[in-house]
Design a protein around this ligand. Structure first.
Ligand code: ZN
Length: 150
């Protein structure tokens, strides 16, 4: 047997409590089906990209021992060869040139040069000098013509 009047009284009591609750300035949120009304305390997941980046940052940098550059190898080789030549009283030695590989070097004062490079640069200088001279000649000839017409 169910005591109906008691249940009605209970619901009336609940209704009064809700009214008092709302009167106090509170609000009631209607829950969607399945909602518990509790804030789920999910662990905050970092974006995967952040994880990747931090992993890379933490990775120790592998520093390779710097290998002597080709330039340094060449310089040291030439220094040794030059020294040998000097001991032998010669101003020529076989050195390594960046452009010509193994070629003859000439010692001039405290420096030494690849003779092939010097030939090339001399040729270039010669061409430039000839071009300048040719330009000067033609300019001179034009001036002479202009002057002749005056
Ligand atoms: Zn050279």
């Amino acid at each position: 047997m169910i005591n109906v009047s008691h249940n009605v009284a209970r619901s009336q009591e609940l209704a009064d409590q809700i009214s008092a609750f709302l009167a106090a300035g509170n609000s009631i949120k209607e829950l969607a089906p399945g909602e518990t009304g509790l804030i789920e305390n999910k662990p905050i997941q970092r974006p995967s990209t952040y994880k990747k980046a931090s992993k890379n940052l933490n990775k120790p940098e592998v520093k390779e021992a710097p290998e002597p550059s080709e330039y340094l190898k060449r310089i040291n080789f030439n220094r040794t060869e030059r020294h040998k030549a000097e001991l032998a009283g010669s101003s020529f030695f076989n050195g390594k040139c960046a452009n010509h590989g193994l070629s003859q070097f000439q010692i001039i004062a405290d420096r030494h040069y690849c003779t092939e490079c010097r030939k090339e640069s001399a040729r270039k200088t010669d061409i430039k000098r000839k071009q300048r001279y040719a330009m000067f000649r033609s300019q001179h000839a034009q001036n002479a013509q202009i002057n002749a017409h005056k």
